[in-house]
Design a binder for this molecule. Structure first.
Ligand code: MLC
Ligand code: AMP
Length: 468
């Protein structure tokens, strides 16, 4: 079956199949636009896409996938450090971008404009399921982001599992406003509709009033989006007519679950996943939804919690350990990083998520936290403390830096930096990071301190940083 099954086969020409912000196309039109891109990139193994929230991004991604190229989405706000790393590390042969996009300094691969006036009907054979569909860059605890290699088979398995669990069909209209360079917004939020055949409406940014007026049946959001909707009762009430509200990418606070149940009449379906594993656990459309819990494994997925020695723990809902997963949705490895592949897998093929969880006798999973403090989740974005620390340390006035996630009522966690420096100010350092990395990676708060707490070996002890 083709990866984009519905899109590949449909003859439906009714307008408004896919609307991205202010531009709508029919299924047939989308296929013809994307095929024109496929004609441009055929023969290239890896293609970057400037992943703005736009129809050009959808057409570019689909075109590359039709031609069998691996897609490397580039966050549009990635600063020069991050962008340069993604393009160099992935060795993308070309970059698909809206017309008029340029490099300025002439660096980077050739740009192929996504021209929405061109159509093509060239036929492309479906690439092998083992071929790479996407290379998604995601932060680790240290160093620059790593390229997560995802096969077409893994993407298809994930989307089929979700379609089954959520009863996601061509009768649905999916609405969201998430960024188009991560699993949530791009894999679930764009490739999902193109495989399943549900219509799609991307509202640009996930503002409550835009969700409220979109009249969808299925809505996706990160917890920050759901908490903003819960704080806007008129917008929340407008979602009463929907079929299913889905939350993921970070834990949904139980208070938001309860507020939404009252205002919308819906108990939100929560699901859990990672860039490396795609979505592995979810509540079901035809089943229970529980506040603070993320559901049961999707078809074909196996899970277990293990202790510090890697020994499986009982599934009694009480034993807390690291969650490990195995199954058809897992990635093929980190690009050029066999060391990281080895560290993140057990010898018998389980992926170590780094998340701490319990599994109940009924198979329900609860995510309790993370085993390491160096991965921060802010607004659903994953941010590596080490990456931000490295940028801070490159500032001439910074001698030492330690970055942590601290509780934030709207974002879940905020990026907080502790800095030992000479004559530097908070705003200057926040701006310095924002010029190098994506906007959401900049610290919300910089605390200037005299020294960082260290142990006898000189390692920073982040749990002893001053709070309050
Ligand atoms: C941000 N701003 C700052 C700042 N940080 N200003 C000064 N100092 C800082 N430190 C600016 C922003 O640029 C923005 O400006 C404004 O402040 C508001 O920022 P915000 O509060 O962050 O809100 P917003 O931009 O609306 O972002 C919230 C959000 C966003 C929820 C919309 O975080 C988001 O889109 N999250 C989704 C992440 C996601 O898709 N994750 C999926 C990963 S995949 P301006 O001018 O722009 O308004 C995955 C797998 C899975 O996890 O399971 O799904
Ligand atoms: P990312 O790599 O951006 O895909 O982030 C993956 C991480 O997001 C996971 O390891 C979890 O820590 C977190 N996450 C995703 N979904 C949930 C959820 N429903 N509840 C709690 N944490 C989640």
């Amino acid at each position: 079956m083709p990866l984009l099954d519905w899109l590949s086969a449909t003859t439906d020409e009714s307008p408004e199949a896919v609307r991205i912000v202010d531009r709508a196309v029919s299924w047939v039109e989308l296929r013809q636009l994307a095929t024109a891109v496929a004609d441009d990139v055929r023969g290239l193994d890896r293609v970057a896409v400037e992943a703005t929230a736009s129809l050009e991004t959808v057409v570019g991604v689909v075109g590359a996938l039709l031609a069998g190229a691996a897609v490397v989405p580039v966050p549009p706000d990635a600063g020069p450090v991050e962008r340069g790393h993604i393009l160099r590390d992935s060795a993308a042969r070309a970059m698909l971008a809206p017309p008029g996009t340029g490099w300025g300094d002439g660096s980077g691969p050739p740009i192929i404009p996504v021209d929405l006036t061109r159509r093509s009907d060239t036929g492309y054979a479906e690439p092998e399921p083992a071929r790479t569909a996407l290379v998604l860059y995601t932060s680790g605890t240290t160093g620059p982001p790593k390229g997560v290699v995802l096969s077409r088979r893994a993407v298809a398995a994930c989307l089929d599992g979700l379609a089954e669990a959520w009863r996601w069909t061509p009768d649905d209209l999916l609405v969201h406003g998430l960024p188009l360079f991560h699993v949530h917004g791009l894999v679930l939020g764009v490739l999902g509709p193109l495989r399943v055949g549900s219509r799609l409406r991307h509202v640009g940014r996930p503002h409550p009033e835009r969700y409220a007026t979109a009249a969808g049946s299925l809505y996706f959001g990160v917890p920050t989006v759901w908490s903003r909707i819960a704080a806007d009762p008129a917008a929340a009430r407008a979602l009463r007519a929907a079929r299913l509200l889905v939350s993921g990418s970070a834990g949904l606070p139980s208070s938001v679950f309860a507020d939404l149940a009252g205002l919308t009449g819906h108990r939100v379906v929560e699901r859990y996943g990672m860039t490396e594993t795609l979505i592995t656990v979810s509540a079901r459309a035809d089943g229970d939804r529980r506040p603070g819990a993320v559901g049961v494994p999707l078809p074909g997925v196996q899970t277990r919690v293990v202790d510090e020695r890697g020994e499986p723990l009982p599934t009694d809902g009480a034993a807390i350990g690291e969650l490990e997963v195995r199954g058809p949705t897992l990635f093929d490895g980190y690009l050029h990083r066999p060391d990281a592949d080895e560290a993140s897998h057990t010898p018998d093929g389980w992926f170590r998520t780094g998340d701490v969880a319990t599994i109940g006798p009924d198979g329900w999973h609860r995510i309790i936290g993370r085993s390491a403090t160096d991965l921060i989740k802010s607004g659903g974005y994953r941010i590596g403390a080490g990456e931000v620390e490295e940028v801070l340390l490159a500032h001439p006035g910074v001698r030492e830096a330690a970055v942590v996630g601290t509780p934030h009522p709207d974002l879940g966690q905020q990026v907080t930096a502790y800095v030992v420096g000479d004559d530097v100010g908070e705003v200057e350092l926040i701006d310095f990071v924002a010029r190098q990395l994506s906007v959401h990676k900049r610290p919300r708060q910089v605390r200037l301190v005299d020294a960082l707490p260290r142990n006898a070996l000189g390692k920073v002890q982040k749990n002893r940083l001053p709070t309050g």
